[in-house]
Design a protein around this ligand. Structure first.
Ligand code: ATP
Ligand code: MG
Length: 445
């Protein structure tokens, strides 16, 4: 709007200036032409036919008084009907032919200067011209212009300021909608608030909300499909695993035993993958719905998780420790446990035997957090963002994970309004922390 208004206003001011100039010039010209005519008429009346032909019957002092002006220089010239000079300056061009009694005003150049001429043809046939320089006319034009132009410019500036304020005020609700959209996570497809939207953009918000609702529907379909697929996979995989375990208990030739063990390992991985996909689908699904509203104490959650992982830590020869303090958040205990499990799994999996891993949780006012740190190889700086992508693994990483663990951690964190940070503290390998924005004072036991 402003980029249209500013040039338009400048154009208007320009047009007003030109118009003011033309009008001012016209006013100055008519006013001074009238007073220039008086000496011309006076002189015309004083031309008489004497013994030596026609002559101006006027004393030099009278002429001087008649032609005196404190701003401009005046000259005159009188010619007879044949065009011969009777009195006045000789080098002024003769006036254009005039009818007896006719008056005319025109511009000429005299001695290199512009001159305004009033010419009168007397009934007796003489033509009197009185010319005057343009000083007072130009001054008057300047004065009129200043008097008109300044207010015009002031009004234009005031209009611009007003337009700016009005535009800024008008688009403020738009800015609110913009920040609402920018603050969203890509998974948050809830409709935008239409109530405070200005009338002009309400239809756009409505259309946008319609699109969001379509996206929600299509997301729901995809999630249902993913959940069903993962769910359907789990049953035959469980059966397969059970059969393989039964087979492994039998007396088998060693090569067959080895093959079946490999099959069992692959089945375990496939089951884990199906479970991870289910968790991801669940985390995404609860993102769409209202926030889960269970008060979860991170301490009891972490305590249970650590105890579950102790056998695995012993097997991996990693010293699994913990440092837990009460910290309550509103959330989904199942998803938070999954998230923590993935962090502990990584710490135990990627820390070489003999290393250590520590699980922590607590409150750093005004936030609550849980973190898992280990003495492993650390995650290189360049991969700090990428490790959260689905199916991303750093090349050369040991083990056979799918690359979904940290994706789940971030998804669950986002769903809880929390954020995940990766650090490589000196002397340690990796520390991954999930920080929750708000802490509730009461602590459920
Ligand atoms: N504690 C850690 N120490 C060193 N590297 C890590 C650590 N945690 C994660 N990484 C790196 O980040 C990558 C991604 O981790 P993520 O947990 O998402 O997948 P994954 O462990 O490979 O597979 P999944 O968890 O699905 O079984 C890992 O492959 C590994 O390279
Ligand atoms: Mg992992």
């Amino acid at each position: 709007m402003l980029s249209f208004l500013i040039p338009a206003l400048l154009l208007l001011v320009g047009c007003a200036a030109v118009l003011s100039y033309v009008l001012a010039l016209h006013a100055a010209t008519t006013a001074y032409d009238r007073s220039l005519l008086d000496p011309a008429l006076d002189m015309a009346e004083n031309v008489r036919l004497g013994a030596n032909g026609p002559q101006l019957d006027m004393l030099a002092q009278e002429q001087e008084a008649l032609l005196y002006d404190h701003e401009d220089t005046l000259v005159f010239q009188i010619r007879d009907g044949a065009g011969d000079l009777i009195a006045g300056v000789p080098d002024l061009a003769p006036a254009p032919p005039l009818a007896p009694g006719q008056r005319a005003f025109f511009d000429v150049t005299y001695n290199g200067k512009p001159l305004r001429i009033a010419a009168v043809r007397a009934a007796t046939g003489f033509t009197v011209q009185v010319g005057e320089t343009l000083n007072k006319r130009s001054r008057l034009v300047r004065e009129i212009l200043a008097a008109e132009f300044l207010p015009t410019v002031l009004i234009a500036l005031a209009s611009l300021a007003l337009a700016r304020t009005v535009v800024a005020h008008g688009i403020a609700p738009l800015a609110r909608v913009r920040s609402q959209i920018l603050a969203r996570s890509p998974h948050d497809l809830r409709p935008l608030d239409e109530r405070n939207a200005p009338l002009e953009i309400a239809p756009a918000i409505e259309a946008f909300n319609h699109l969001l609702s379509q996206l929600r529907d299509s997301n729901a379909v995809q999630q249902r499909f993913l959940t069903n697929a993962a769910h359907q996979l789990r049953t035959p995989l469980a059966a397969l695993q059970m059969h393989l375990e039964l087979l492994l208990r039998r007396e088998l030739p060693s090569d067959v035993h080895q093959e079946i063990e490999a099959m069992h390992g692959a089945t375990t991985r496939a089951t884990r993958l199906a479970n991870q996909l289910l968790i991801l689908a669940k985390a995404e699904a609860s993102m769409e719905q209202a926030r889960p509203k269970t008060l979860v104490n991170l301490r009891s959650l972490a305590d249970a998780a650590v105890h579950e992982w102790v056998p695995r830590a012993i097997a991996r020869e990693v010293d699994l420790g913990f440092d837990l303090a009460d910290a309550s958040v509103w959330g989904d205990a199942v998803l938070l446990t999954e998230s923590l499990n993935n962090l502990i799994d990584n710490a135990l999996r990627y820390t070489p035997p003999g290393g250590a891993a520590t699980v922590r949780c607590g409150v750093r006012s005004p936030t609550a957090y849980f973190s898992v740190e280990d003495s492993g190889p650390g995650i290189p700086q360049w991969a700090h963002e990428r490790v959260f992508e689905r199916f991303f693994r750093i090349q050369g990483t040991v083990g056979d994970g799918a690359g979904l663990g940290l994706a789940i951690v971030r998804e669950v964190a986002e769903q809880h309004g929390a954020h995940v940070t990766i650090e490589n503290p000196t002397g340690l390998g990796t520390r991954i922390t999930v920080v929750f924005a708000a802490v509730t004072p009461e602590v459920p036991r």
